[in-house]
Design a protein around this ligand. Structure first.
Ligand SMILES: NC(=O)c1ccc[n+]([C@@H]2O[C@H](COP(=O)([O-])OP(=O)(O)OC[C@H]3O[C@@H](n4cnc5c(N)ncnc54)[C@H](OP(=O)(O)O)[C@@H]3O)[C@@H](O)[C@H]2O)c1
Length: 297
């Protein structure tokens, strides 16, 4: 089968199409014929070798963790899903014609494979950080980096829960952030003052690691009410870094429920043929994705 691989850590150019064997699902896993794979910043962080000390991987290696496709083989012990059913979920080496998933759910009615591939990791992350920061209905949440994949999910889930959101985004995404029910702010130097003038802020999320933790701390007045998913300096300020602990099956079920009620939509920023994975990575790394980029298989 065709798959995207890299033989050494490096820039987008190390990604290359290759012919490899079809993977087999282990116990509790399924294999899908991939129709679309989601492109997450995590994928290019792995490709660059950012995690090589904590999680070394043998090279050459495949890429990707989110995908949508048709069930092709079911591993031992798997119940409730059959060959031929359309699913989305998380697994490994999903930039490929076939991939093994360890968590999945049926694709909600009306959602294309391309759209579905964009949901798993962003919804899992969004649910995890909203829970961790402890924001409640009626409270106000400040979201730095509101227009990306995770931001798009956080804004819509928060709105559904009756949480007021103020989101920062670039000039081109102000209307988009407003369309998701949030008050939009551009992130030029005066944004903290403009946020403060909007009233008390109960909790804040840093979703892009752009060095805003001190400002978020000033706005909420308490490190327990600030969480980051992307700034490794967090512990210096007593702020929590949300790195692990997600529940993907729960996230997929909640995503399906929200999508069915028309409360969650992650737009496709752009789709690319599988062979153009390097372009998708370069565009994702440029840092201004609205929603999610996907590879079509
Ligand atoms: N720790 C975890 O568990 C975890 C999980 C998922 C993701 N992450 C990390 O979280 C980050 C975001 O992930 P993602 O999938 O949402 O990324 P993404 O879809 O690529 O979105 C990035 C967003 O950042 C915004 N942005 C760029 N510069 C900004 C600035 N100065 N201030 C505020 N926003 C800015 C961009 O919006 P504009 O175009 O409007 O500028 C863009 O929409 C990545 O670094 C990823 O690696 C961590």
């Amino acid at each position: 089968m065709k798959a995207i691989r890299f033989a050494e850590y490096g820039g987008p150019e190390v990604l290359e199409p290759a012919e490899v064997g079809v993977p087999r699902p282990g116990p509790g896993q399924i294999r899908i014929a991939v129709r679309a794979a989601g492109v997450n910043p995590h994928d290019w962080r792995v490709r660059e070798g950012q995690f090589r000390r904590v999680r070394p991987i043998p090279l050459p290696a495949g890429v990707g963790q989110d995908a949508a496709g048709v069930v092709d083989e079911v591993g031992d012990g798997v119940v409730g899903i059959e060959v031929g059913e359309p699913v989305f979920g998380r697994g490994s080496n999903t930039y490929a014609e076939f991939a093994v998933l360890s968590s999945w759910a049926r694709i909600p009615e009306g959602l294309s494979f391309a759209e579905a591939a964009g949901y798993p990791s962003v919804v899992e992350t969004a649910l995890r950080v909203i829970r961790l920061v402890g924001v409640r209905p009626g409270q106000t949440l400040l979201v730095s980096g509101a227009a990306g994949g995770v931001g798009s999910a956080v804004l819509q889930i928060a709105r559904d829960r009756g949480i007021k959101v103020i989101g920062t985004a670039g000039p081109a995404n102000q209307d988009y952030v407003r369309s998701l029910g949030a008050t939009a702010l551009t992130y030029d130097a005066s944004w903290p003052d403009r946020a403060r003038r909007l009233g008390p802020i109960d909790a804040a999320l840093d979703l892009n690691g752009t060095g805003v933790l001190r400002e978020l701390l000033d706005l909420t007045g308490n490190p327990d009410t600030v969480v980051t998913i992307a700034d490794l300096e967090a512990s210096l300020l007593g702020i929590r870094f949300a790195g692990v602990g997600g529940n993907m099956p729960e996230a997929l079920a909640e995503a399906a429920e929200l999508i069915a009620r028309g409360k969650l939509h992650i737009p496709i920023a752009r789709s690319y043929p599988l062979a153009e994975a390097a372009s998708a990575h370069a565009d994702s790394q440029a840092g201004h994705t609205r929603g999610r980029r996907v590879l079509l298989v």
